[in-house]
Write a protein that binds this ligand. Structure first.
Ligand SMILES: C[S@@+](CC[C@H](N)C(=O)[O-])C[C@H]1O[C@@H](n2cnc3c(N)ncnc32)[C@H](O)[C@@H]1O
Length: 264
């Protein structure tokens, strides 16, 4: 029986506070829970052409030799791992469309990569051990963070490198939930809460805080407006209202990121 006072239980409970109320889900024209494959594909392609390493790239590269291997958990289209160009690479993702994008972007850049489709840690036994296990922008999807991280640790020969937003990735939408639905979004959990879970699980975590442009929101224009409306469970009839709210209170251009790493 999990200890309700543990950092892991608190993490899970805090994530639960982000659930969209049933009344709004019931009236949503389309599911507000979705990933736009194009956003992640662009992020992966951009990562391959970026001149400078981010702190997460640097944390992985520090322990990666030229014949080294990387396991990318929740790889999306590969923004965390492709630019490291490891000799051996495996991407794991539960989303088959994104995993296909990962394989395509890798092949297009001459990087050999294996893929495993499925949810971590359930598919962990099918995945190779690697020198570095990277996991970017996945933790806020994971209720049982301790089990998830323990499986990451078990697959790393040298280091685990995690990247996450300092606060929940949907935090930027809190003003819009409030303006359009009168809903107050939680201000937790944060990256510090994740560190508490990892520390409780026995890992000696180092961290670096930095900031990056908001690539997950993507471009402006009608496509972005419609994506935001969908996340907010808004019908088409309220698009103009959302447009006005966004003009008055535009989304932030940057966000705080935290890189976490610990030795295998
Ligand atoms: C926000 S995206 C980040 C993708 C990529 N790491 C990046 O930084 O661009 C989160 C990804 O994690 C995947 N994901 C979420 N939970 C997962 C789990 N338990 N096991 C495997 N993949 C998962 C999603 O399908 C999605 O592709």
């Amino acid at each position: 029986v999990p200890d309700p006072e543990s950092a892991n239980s608190r993490w899970s409970e805090m994530l639960g506070d982000w659930a969209i109320p049933d009344r709004l889900l019931a009236s949503a024209p389309r599911s507000p829970y979705f990933f736009d494959p194009q956003v992640f594909r662009s992020a992966a392609e951009e990562s391959l052409t970026r001149a400078d390493d981010t702190p997460s790239d640097a944390a992985a590269r520090e322990v990666l030799s030229s014949d080294g291997s990387v396991l990318d958990v929740g790889c999306g289209a590969g923004a965390a791992s492709l630019r490291l160009r490891p000799a051996r690479l495996c991407g794991v993702d539960s989303n088959s469309t994104l995993l296909k994008a990962f394989a395509e972007v890798a092949a297009g850049s001459g990087i050999e990569a294996d893929t495993v489709e499925g949810a971590w840690p359930e598919v962990a036994a099918l995945c190779p051990v690697a020198d570095v296990v990277v996991c970017h922008h996945v933790l806020y999807n994971v209720p049982d963070l301790a089990s998830f991280a323990t499986a990451l640790h078990a697959h790393a020969r040298r280091r685990v490198v995690i990247e996450l937003t300092a606060v929940h990735p949907m935090d930027w939408m809190a003003p819009y939930w409030h303006a359009l639905h009168g809903l107050v979004q939680p201000d937790h959990p944060s990256a510090e809460d994740a560190v508490a879970v990892l520390t409780e699980a026995g890992f000696v975590v180092e961290q670096e805080r930095w900031s990056r442009a908001y690539q997950m929101i993507g471009e402006s224009g009608d496509a972005a407006l419609e994506r935001t409306a969908r996340r907010l469970c808004l019908p088409a009839a309220r698009l103009d209202e959302l447009r006005r709210v966004l003009e008055t209170d535009p989304p932030p251009k940057e966000r705080d990121i935290v890189t976490l790493w610990w030795p295998a």
